[in-house]
Design a protein around this ligand. Sequence first.
Ligand code: ACO
Length: 708
Amino acid sequence: MRKNSEIKYLFEPKSIAVIGASQNPEKIGYKIVQNIVSSQFRGNIYPINPKGGELLGNKIYSSILDVEDNIDLACIAVPAKYTFDVVKECGKKGVKYLAIITSGFSEVGNLEEEKKMVSYAKKNGMRILGPNIFGIYSSIAPVNATFGPGNIKRGNVAIITQSGALGIAMIGKTKFENIGLSAIVSVGNKSDLEEAELLEYLIDDKNTKVILMYIEGIKKGEKLVSILKQATKKKPIVVIKSGRSKRGAQAAASHTGSLAGADEIFSDIMKQCGVLRAESIEEALNWSKFLSNTPKPMGENAVIITNGGGIGVMAADASEKYGVNLYDDFEVLKNTFKDAVPDFGSTKNPVDLTGQAKISDYEIAINTALKNKEIHSIICLGCETAVINSESLKSTIKSIYKRSRSEKPIVFSFFGGQEIEDSINFLRRKGVPIFSDVYEAISCLGVLYISKRRLKDKVEQLKSINIDFKKINQIIKDVQKDNRTFLLSHEAQNLMQAANIQNPKSILARNLDEATKAAEEIGYPVVMKIVSKDIIHKSDAGGVALNLADKKELIDAYQAIIYNCKKYKPEAHIVGVEVSEMVKKGTEIIIGSRRDHTFGPIVMFGLGGIYVEIMKDVSFRAYPLNSHEARIMIKEIKSYPLLLGVRGEKKKDINSIVDTILKVGAVLYNFPDITDIEINPLVVYKERHGAKAVDVRILLYNKGDLDE
Ligand code: ACO
């Protein structure tokens, strides 16, 4: 396997072969050669076609084996049925990277042929981009080895796209929007190279300031998470992921041959990685353009300058939504803006210049804001009025933006008729971040702040977790010996103890005598539950008794439980009953962990205990995670304030929740035989009083599934 440090041969090839190069200008094999030539590629170009001849000043070789030079990159544009033969020839030649343009593989169910190519390439030290791609453009080479538009605008946004058609369209759209590209890579079926490996190159690429990814499905999620966490510490990453809806997910799956992960999990894990998830391509491009052109704010204080109250209030709402902090030192604001605002205006934030404001008044106010060191970013808004002259709007904003660009972030939103719209279009072409929708403008500032905060995020080391590996291993082995894929309640509780997760004191009793002794040892009141691998739904079977106050109640309950369960399922093998401490009331939460198809071990946290299904107030993270990430995950749910204590209640023991999340994740991560762990409820008490795992469900893989 080629080392990933060699990925530069893909982005900075010195020699490229185009196999399937055609003299027919209508064909893709012609277009690729034409694009490489016109992109002023400084290396050698080797068109390959059995017919020989010449193409755009380059000799056509009848076989790649006839080329004497080493080949860094071979673009393959021959029909699918010939592609494997071509891959084999490339292997003989010792080509480093293959960009397989050809369609007709896993995306249409032809997985076998794709696997054959990948396995051959691996054995012969080649890496594959694609198949089913439009190619790669890299400004550093520079090379446009795509069959998309020529003449790509150079710049500092890199795009990785799973959709070919959207990718090609984005080349056109970025040019129209005046967004320069450092690279655009089509990954298609991702048979070998995936986003993670391309990111490894792009995060250290000096030409790339922002990375935009269009994703339909992820194959190696764990690797992607780990690289994204590192990448966002260096530069902003914007992601658009299609397949949010069930229908969308199906379309994406059939389109790319890979399954889209559940959308909520994807969103939460992207947040964990510090990735900016956009709702639409438009939004992703707006953000990328802004982030690639704007200085980092020196601090959190933003100021709104407006000519209308309504739009100012909307901007305040949008600022809250996108986490933009509005500066509120009214004394400083008053001193700063008193000369720019008429008496009947407002120097509070939003700074209201009132409806009489001319563009020259905006200029004064913005210049004042630029000069004040306490103000770190500016939101400039306007509603169309008779005193706003569109010509001066265009020229003044263009020049203000040019000046402010190197000093402070600034976004503009103007709303009105044809003249305003024309001015916006004109200014956008000039690169000014101006929008008719105030939310669009402020979302740009919001993501700038998120990426700035991300750069400052301390990377907390993962602490080693104190769990009894030997004991957990033994519990799992015993369950497997019994041919079960689920742990009985007392086994799950023993596992919790081995993981140092607090749980109610509980003892397995095989008869009434043992049950009474157990209750005395634990202390009344107690809970009693049936233990039988044949009875999963214990309450339905009448196999649970709560709050047993004394020996008499315990004896009655024991007899009732055994009677009910025998009646419910006469053939059930009953091991006995589990006698447990009746835990005190507290706040009920749920903590889970499971192996996700896409991301591997993930953890879940939510409030609501048994009502979680209805409330769906949960958050997810990929494991490994550190306590800082676990804390953010806890804060993210809507009912988080309940943990802080409402209506005179004390704050809950959030440290215990963090600790339990980390331990549950660690158990799943370290024991590959476990598929699911769910504590529901974990009863949490006030600060420093801990939490108890009351009900625990643990599932194992079927041995057969693991061997497959
Ligand atoms: N070595 C070198 N050249 C060869 C070989 C070979 N082993 N075999 C064939 N060729 C030549 C052919 O003779 C032909 O050259 P010619 O024009 O001189 O005769 C050339 O290679 C191309 O072969 P064709 O049979 O003409 O195939 P065509 O160009 O029509 O199609 C292609 C090939 C483009 C790869 C097609 O099979 C394909 O997959 N198209 C879809 C591409 C695509 O959409 N990619 C996906 C992403 S982008 C998006 O979604 C928009």
